[in-house]
Design a protein around this ligand. Structure first.
Ligand code: GTP
Ligand code: MG
Length: 426
């Protein structure tokens, strides 16, 4: 983040004037603008206070203590230059690495080594094949067994026969095939849940956001989708007895609405050390739909290595909607979304203790005369891809209403929650 003086010097912004940053969606009345945003966001010079309030009620109300937040930021920046929060944009196609505690690091290294050793033991795997597999991100039996052969082939450069053999042996070792309903029940009993912060919302989800599924929150703008995503990134880090999974979160932001400030507020609401919480969120900004797809493929490698227990994609199809315009592109668009969703679903299969949450916009269906004309975007492809769908709408003031739609094992019902300064609550 840049100091006001730097901005003034570099960019000719005048001190003291309020600027409305379209990236932050708020005014920087103190003349302090995030330096990164200068590269791609646009600004409006708002000198009339009245105007500001009207155009921008969300932002002025939301951040009373702007000064305090900015101070908190500067403090972190000074003490720990190596984690540049606003700078955690994606370098080429790589998700930025975060520092891990030493013990964590050792454990992860150990488990990664174990995975690689198992792959090494597969019949027919020599040094060269192993290298190709690891380079393409197939460093565990699970990732080989659950990926379609064509994808393994194209990404690793291995031949058809070798790939088939590898998949077959991995499946045998992992004992994948038909199983009894009792085994399925055993598996489902191990499902863990992350609290949303609201008891009512948790209850309607059967105890929180569950692992092993793709969960979709959809609704109109400002219904709290992004806020819930932020809250889950904090809550996943909580101890299990407090509704967390003691894991890290991986956040793919397609809309540029990730706000470390909110993570700090939410951490403080839970009496957590915000520096640690921020450290445990791996952040990737997807600049277009291809980039988004690649980030998820890249993410697959980080899950085991870093102990990621939650993946957030906010929003799932925003880029697809803006890039594929017109009827002619519909089929390709749906195909690409479909394969992207399957990448996500596959991750749930490979890592049963991973939760995936995505957000989705709504579109209005002009041909609906009765009932709700708003529908989740993406059509049937997205509807069938996600396991649990939650429709969000606005209530009074801070209140929001969530309705579970389409969950195979949950009753349909309304849950009311609030978005407060400290995050999601009842
Ligand atoms: P789109 O991404 O535009 O589709 O909307 P969204 O559903 O992601 O909305 P988001 O999660 O960004 O919710 C925005 C709402 O959260 C605002 O209307 C605010 O009411 C609320 N909000 C955000 N920050 C704060 C805060 O610091 N305090 C309080 N009380 N509310 C906040
Ligand atoms: Mg949002």
């Amino acid at each position: 983040m840049a100091k006001a003086s730097e901005i003034e010097k570099n960019n000719g912004f005048e001190m003291g004037n309020p600027y409305y940053c379209k990236e932050c969606k708020r005014n920087h009345t103190k003349g302090k603008i995030y330096k990164d945003h200068l590269n791609f966001a646009s600004f409006e010079n708002n000198t009339e206070e009245d105007n500001l309030d009207e155009n921008n009620e969300l932002n002025n109300d939301d951040y009373d203590d702007e000064e305090e937040l900015i101070n908190a930021f500067n403090e972190i920046e000074d003490r720990e230059n190596k984690i540049e929060i606003e700078d955690q944009l994606v370098d080429d196609l790589e998700l930025k690495d975060v520092d891990l505690d030493d013990e964590d690091e050792l454990n992860r290294e150990k488990s990664l080594k174990e995975c690689i050793n198992a792959v090494k033991e597969l019949p027919g795997v020599g040094e060269a094949t192993l290298n190709k597999l690891i380079k393409a991100g197939f460093s565990s039996l699970e990732s080989i067994a659950f990926t379609p052969p064509k994808i393994i082939q194209s990404e690793s450069g291995l031949g058809e026969k070798t790939t088939e053999k590898l998949i077959k042996s991995s499946m045998e070792i992992l004992n994948i095939g038909f199983k009894s309903a009792e085994d399925v029940w055993e598996h489902r009993k191990n499902i863990a849940r992350i609290t949303t912060g609201s008891q009512e919302l948790d209850d309607s989800l059967g105890g929180g956001v569950e692992t092993g599924s793709v969960i979709e929150f959809f609704g109109e703008f400002r219904t709290g989708k992004t806020q819930i995503m932020h809250q889950l990134c904090v809550n996943v880090q909580l101890p299990r007895e407090n509704g967390g999974l003691e894991g890290k979160a991986l956040y793919i932001d397609t809309e540029g609405t990730f706000r470390p400030e909110r993570i700090i507020q939410m951490s403080e609401g839970l009496d957590l050390d915000h520096k640690k919480v921020l450290k445990n969120i791996i952040f990737g900004r997807a600049y277009n739909s291809d980039h988004q797809v690649l980030l998820i493929k890249e993410a697959a490698n980080l899950i085991k290595e870093k102990g990621v227990k939650l993946i957030v994609v906010d929003s799932l199809i925003g880029h697809f909607r803006s890039e594929y315009i017109g009827r002619g592109t519909l089929a390709t668009r749906q195909q690409t979304i479909n394969s992207h969703l399957h990448d996500l679903l596959r991750l749930c299969d490979i890592y049963p203790d991973l939760a995936i949450v995505v957000t989705n916009q709504v579109q209005s269906k002009p041909d609906v005369f009765y009932g709700n004309p708003l529908q989740a975007a993406g059509g049937n492809i997205v509807a069938h891809g996600s396991t649990i769908r939650i429709y969000l709408r606005k209530g009074k003031g801070e209140q929001r209403i969530a309705k579970i739609v389409d969950a195979p094992h949950l009753p349909e019902g309304d849950a009311v929650f609030s978005i407060t300064e400290n995050g999601i609550s009842d």
